[in-house]
Ligand binder design. Structure first.
Ligand SMILES: *Cc1c(COP(=O)(O)O)cnc(C)c1O
Length: 398
């Protein structure tokens, strides 16, 4: 990987030490051009006419995303974010009183809200699978908890609030053996490291465009295993999702397109396609190796500083690094880093309440490098945090 060339192709790297790829990755010039040139074409010849002219490139987005997760183009549906993609899958499942939804302690907040709403509405029950001693979902406990009432296993692969990687492939082996649908929220993993639906054994997978995939904001997608479609009834329909047959009936469209609505931002679709194509060209193995190596360098650097503690769980940790400066609020630390041109964010205890209950460590400062960051950027973030920790100690905090 030619990091200098990749950085020249990423305008934001000239202005910031961007360690917030779990929030939104920086766009490449290529992605930016794919979007702006389409907006210009729409303004020049008309929106429908621009879509007609770019139809092949628009359609190619499905193929790029499919290759990225190891599926086929007709198994992909596009959305305006990952949450809508996830909702399209989740709310397509039928639940009755006494049915059980199994999830993990690192589940994303919006997913938990959907489970709770469905429980309230249908009488289904939400069961939270415990973690193992390392802090990842305990697959032996999952296997024990699955029974004839279980209608879904819904798990977050990489939580938004830390470097944990849940054992998705092991979870997939358990759900396949039990014949229970497995919905994987891969929002933080797609684009960060290789994700392969055959290897993971999930039935539905959701991801966003803007995070480690470096696509535009306002994009997301769903992958659905063809065999899983029969058990899913989309909770809304649209002329893009189904055909109105002879006034009295309708037929769902083939494949995952039945989850889509007709109107979309084609500039965003083309941007997402360009970002996915770029990730494929660079190779997800190389991207994943470098992102994880930078994450490990950052975590090791922070762990070596007195007054700094990292808080990432699990034996297999990714490019998301969470830490605390003793005696300093996370928001204050993040603001001090922002003043030095270092982009980070802060975890929200209310959005990860199972983990908050388990550990009580949130809010934490979250740093999330990606392959286009440099070792120097990692080291200067460690240095900045070390100075903040030293200042807190000098001031007698804690
Ligand atoms: C960001 C995130 C989401 C939501 O993605 P959107 O594209 O913002 O809807 C879902 N799950 C996880 C784990 C996330 O980090």
């Amino acid at each position: 990987m030619d990091i200098e060339a990749l950085r020249r192709d990423t305008p934001g790297t000239a202005h910031r030490n961007h360690l917030n790829n779990a929030g939104a990755g920086l766009l490449s010039q290529r992605t930016l051009r794919a979007m702006t040139s389409h907006l210009e074409l729409e303004a020049t010849i008309g929106g429908y006419e621009a879509a007609d002219r770019e139809r092949d490139r628009i359609d190619a987005t499905y193929g790029h995303l499919a290759r990225l997760v190891g599926g086929r183009a007709n198994e992909i549906a596009l959305f305006d974010n990952s949450t809508r993609a996830w909702n399209a899958a989740f709310y397509a499942l039928p639940f009755r009183p006494g049915d059980r939804i199994l999830t993990g302690r690192a589940e994303y907040g919006s997913n938990v809200l959907a489970y709770l709403q469905t429980a309230r509405r249908t009488g289904a029950e939400v069961v939270v699978v415990p973690n193992d001693a390392s802090g990842r979902l305990d697959t032996a406990a999952l296997a024990e908890l699955i029974d004839e009432r279980t209608r879904l296993v819904g798990v977050t692969h990489v939580p938004t609030s830390g470097g944990l990687v849940n054992p998705a492939a092991e979870i997939g082996r358990v759900t396949r053996a039990a014949g229970v649908p497995f919905l994987l929220d891969a929002t933080q993993s797609v684009g960060q490291f290789p994700v392969d639906v055959a290897e993971l054994g999930c039935d539905m997978l959701t991801a966003t465009g803007r995070k480690f995939l470096r696509g535009p904001r306002g994009t997301g997608f769903l992958w659905v295993r063809p065999e899983a479609l029969a058990a899913l009834e989309p909770h809304v329909t649209d002329v893009a999702a189904a055909t109105w047959d002879g006034q009295r009936g309708f037929t769902w469209h083939e494949g995952a397109r039945r989850f889509e609505t007709w109107e979309v931002s084609y500039a965003n679709v083309l941007g997402l396609g360009a970002a996915a194509e770029q990730a494929l060209e660079l190779g997800m193995d190389a991207i994943g190796d470098r992102a994880r190596a930078l994450g490990a360098r950052l975590r090791d650097g922070l762990d070596a500083v007195p007054g700094l503690t990292t808080h990432d769980l699990g034996p297999d940790r990714c490019a998301i690094v969470t830490c605390a400066v003793e005696g300093t609020a996370a928001a204050e630390t993040a603001a001090a880093l922002a003043a030095r041109g270092i982009n980070v964010t802060v975890t929200d205890p209310a959005q990860t309440q199972f983990d908050t209950e388990d550990r009580g460590v949130h809010p934490l400062v979250r740093l999330s490098p990606h392959y286009y960051n440099t070792e120097d950027e990692i080291d200067s973030a460690v240095e900045a945090l070390a100075e903040l920790a030293a200042a807190a100690r000098a001031a007698g905090r804690p």
